[in-house]
Design a protein around this ligand. Structure first.
Ligand SMILES: [Zn+2]
Ligand SMILES: [Zn+2]
Ligand SMILES: [Zn+2]
Length: 302
């Protein structure tokens, strides 16, 4: 869980509630449709931060989002066309944060369920690894959010915008923003959530983990192989196609060009990537995840 920020202020300019935010909505937009600069900043109804982020009371966000979607002018706030577009883009990344009181109450309920359980199994996904530095899918810097924002920018400017152009625009909007795209897997460390689950496992409450994450962080926290199913694999593990022996590596094993080769063929019907000798599909599952290394019995690893 992200540390609770209690000193946040509502970014709606005419918000009458000056107390710090507790329950709130956090969003991120693309600051300007053109060149990452905005000429209309003084006309904005939202105090957008330089990196395009903003937080609101739930009611304030609902109000401004409704206005952005309205066809006609409504109420006392009037939005420019540009800001309407920015709010619609921001809505794609909207994330709700519960109040501290609500979280405390919900955590108490969860704790009592855990205490009374006999066979506790947890199912984890991208959300528990974001604070380790891995992007999720629907967060402010999520994979799908970014893709949607690129499309929104392209639709607005009637021209295709490359991912690089968007990243350039983001960087220009905030020179201090750290574009931590691709923190190397080897540098990731288990988060507070991974450690808490490990503690529950050690104390005998947690019996089994099912995870969609391939980052290996549950294993790194100390959960043993027999107590976890990693549904999408683990980027530190390669298996022999012949004898099924498992090799656990201290490095990312899937960094090959063969998967890129096959992805390009699937997407475009041809590939410019030079096919490597080991770019052959795995005989067990038919996917191209061979790593180029071999087992002692010469079986290909993947
Ligand atoms: Zn407000
Ligand atoms: Zn083998
Ligand atoms: Zn396979």
């Amino acid at each position: 869980m992200e540390a609770l920020k209690t000193s946040l202020k509502c970014c709606l300019k005419d918000c009458s509630d000056s107390s710090a935010l507790d329950q709130h909505v956090a969003v991120k937009t693309v600051l300007s449709i053109e060149n990452g600069k905005s000429s209309l900043k003084s006309k904005f109804m939202v105090r957008w931060k330089t990196n395009g982020e903003a937080e609101f009371h739930k009611a304030c966000w609902d109000q401004i989002y409704l206005l952005a979607r309205a066809r006609t002018k409504q109420g006392i706030i009037s939005l420019t066309k540009e800001e309407k577009a920015m709010i619609k883009i921001a809505a794609e990344s909207a994330e709700m944060f519960d109040s501290f009181q609500h979280i405390k109450h919900a955590a108490g309920t969860a704790a009592s369920w855990i205490r009374d359980s006999n066979q506790l199994v947890v199912f984890t996904g991208a959300g528990i690894s974001t604070s380790a530095g891995i992007g999720d899918y629907r967060g402010k810097a999520g994979k799908w959010t970014e893709e949607d924002q690129i499309h929104a920018m392209a639709a607005e400017s009637k021209e295709p915008v490359s991912k690089k152009a968007k990243l350039d625009a983001d960087a220009e909007n905030d020179s201090t923003c750290d574009l931590e795209e691709g923190v190397p897997y080897e540098k990731l460390r288990p988060t507070y959530t991974h450690e808490a689950l490990k503690k529950l496992h050690k104390d005998g409450y947690l019996k089994y983990v099912i995870s969609q994450n391939g980052d290996g962080l549950h294993r790194l926290s100390g959960i043993s192989a027999k107590d976890i199913s990693e549904l999408h694999g683990n980027v530190f593990i390669e298996t022999c196609e012949k004898c099924k022996k498992i090799f656990e590596r201290p490095y990312y094993v899937l960094d090959d060009e063969s998967s890129q080769y096959y992805e390009e063929i699937e997407d475009f019907g041809k590939s410019h990537v030079k096919k490597k000798k080991y770019a052959k599909k795995c005989t067990l599952c038919g996917l191209s995840h061979r790593t180029g290394r071999r087992c002692d019995d010469k079986g290909p690893l993947g």
